[in-house]
Ligand binder design. Structure first.
Ligand SMILES: *Cc1c(COP(=O)(O)O)cnc(C)c1O
Length: 463
């Protein structure tokens, strides 16, 4: 038997810590996925798993979120037992640590990333009738906040090599109504901030970074979220810093942060956003506060974020170098000034010409069957019914000329062909938790893609 074959006993030993039950019902605490340092034996001659062959991988992937009772529970239990559950010292501690982590003067924790964006937009005075430039290659959580303020989202097409808003396409979209740009560091890869900031400066536009997927990503050693007027983060369950639900705004501007704080607490006085004594509630507010136990979970997760980010960067670079040799696989590009990415997702473009014309859908099915979870990612956000719903609303009808609310015309004006190609034909993603595995895990991803490449002609017959 070749030396890299496991005996059955060794196989059981290696996998006993995982156990089938754990794989089927992942438990947060009992989870211990054992990772081998070398990929198991693999043969390109084996038929694709989608056609009945042996899958390249059968092991579980690292699960997410991570919870380690030994290190993570002390402060959380203290908070729960204290009975102080509403915003107090632990939230303030989390905000200070988050500001320090990203290198911003201030941070404010709010209920989620969506409301971080709404709060930032409103306190930078983006309101009904304004136009806000956004990329179409993003999560709805970027665009819904723009509409919530009554402003009009205007879509700027993406650079397909980086998946980010293309600075070269921004100026053509600027009108006298344009007030802000929301660059999104989508997939955790930094957007081209130097170019975007230069355009914003020239046209006097507010810049709000959507860094909801880009915790600790850097351009020239400066963390994203700190380049614009405000940076917004999400700590939703899937994000690289997971609390379940929560978000944060960061900025160096004290007056702006005081106003955000006030807004997130009903508009009550805070710092420079203060009325005279006894004035009561002073600005139009909302309630966006997070709880003490959410902050305690965040502080526990924050201790691991740097090491996890390093591991994701190492594995992403290793995987990229392996799969970019396969014809038809074009991994993400980072801009030259990027010193670190967050890799909330690992993206590549799938060119079916390299795979004998095999459709992306069948490629994804075949890759999943090999034990490699994957997705085609976002659908086009610039032509969905939510936009027309907003245009039909009383607010929008009172704010905008009728011609601007013609949905068919809007969709034409906001056509983004590069984004269409990414969404409808080419993009493929792996999720960030997979990048927390070993080099052997990355080898298995590359092996599975190579196997599908080798058998592409046979897979063409799969419906
Ligand atoms: C997750 C996300 C949001 C919204 O954050 P929530 O905490 O889920 O509200 C906004 N923009 C992007 C790009 C996101 O990925």
């Amino acid at each position: 038997m070749p030396s890299n074959h496991f005996s059955r006993r060794e196989f059981l030993k290696r996998n006993s810590l995982t156990g089938l039950g754990v794989v089927l019902t992942p438990s947060l605490v009992a989870k211990t996925v054992e990772h081998t340092t070398t990929a198991p034996p693999f043969s390109l001659a084996e038929p694709p798993a989608l056609m009945g062959g042996k899958p390249v991988r059968t092991k579980a992937w690292p699960t997410w979120p991570i919870w380690k009772p030994e290190t993570d529970e002390k402060q959380l239990l203290e908070v729960i037992r204290s009975g102080v559950w509403s915003r107090a010292a632990v939230v303030t501690e989390f905000e200070a640590k988050w500001a320090e982590t990203v290198g911003a003067k201030r941070s404010l924790a709010v209920v989620n990333g969506t409301n971080a964006l709404i709060t930032a937009l409103m306190q930078l005075d983006i309101r009904g009738g304004d136009e806000v430039l956004v990329p179409p290659y993003t999560f709805i959580g970027t665009v819904a906040p723009v509409i919530a303020t009554g402003a009009m989202p205007v879509f700027v097409d993406v650079d397909p090599e980086t998946f980010q808003m293309d600075p070269a396409k921004i100026e053509a979209k600027i009108t006298p109504r344009t007030k802000a740009i929301i660059p999104v560091h989508i997939l955790g890869l930094p957007a081209n901030m130097p170019s975007i900031l230069a355009i914003a400066k020239k046209h006097n536009l507010v810049v709000i970074e959507d860094a909801c997927q880009a915790h600790m990503a850097e351009i020239n050693r400066q963390k994203v979220g700190t380049f614009g007027d405000a940076g917004c983060f999400s700590f939703q369950n899937s994000k690289n810093l997971a609390i379940g639900e929560a978000g944060a705004i960061v900025s160096n501007n004290d007056l702006f942060m005081d106003k955000c704080f006030s807004y997130h607490n009903y508009g009550n006085p805070f710092g420079m956003a203060s009325g005279v004594i006894g004035a009561g509630t002073i600005i139009q507010g909302n309630k966006q506060r997070i709880t003490e136990y959410q902050a305690a979970i965040g502080l526990a997760q924050l201790k691991r974020l740097d090491a996890e980010t390093t591991l994701r960067n190492e594995n992403a670079a290793y995987l990229k170098a392996k799969i970019e040799k396969i014809p038809g696989i074009v991994p993400y590009k980072l801009y030259g000034n990027v010193t670190r990415a967050a890799f909330h997702l690992f993206p590549f473009r799938y060119k079916k010409e390299g795979f004998k014309g095999l459709s992306r859908d069948t490629f994804l099915k075949a890759l999943s069957a090999e034990g490699i979870p994957c997705s085609k990612g976002y659908a086009t956000l610039n032509n969905m019914p939510y936009l027309n719903d907003a245009f039909q609303s009383k607010n929008f009808r009172q704010l905008y000329p009728k011609a601007q609310l013609d949905f068919k015309n809007y969709v034409e004006r906001n056509h983004c062909p590069q984004n269409d190609r990414l969404c409808n034909e080419e993009a493929v993603w792996f999720t960030q938790n997979m990048l927390l595995g070993t080099k052997a895990d990355m080898d298995e991803i590359a092996n599975a893609i190579e196997k599908i490449y080798t058998h592409a002609d046979k897979l063409l017959s799969v419906k």
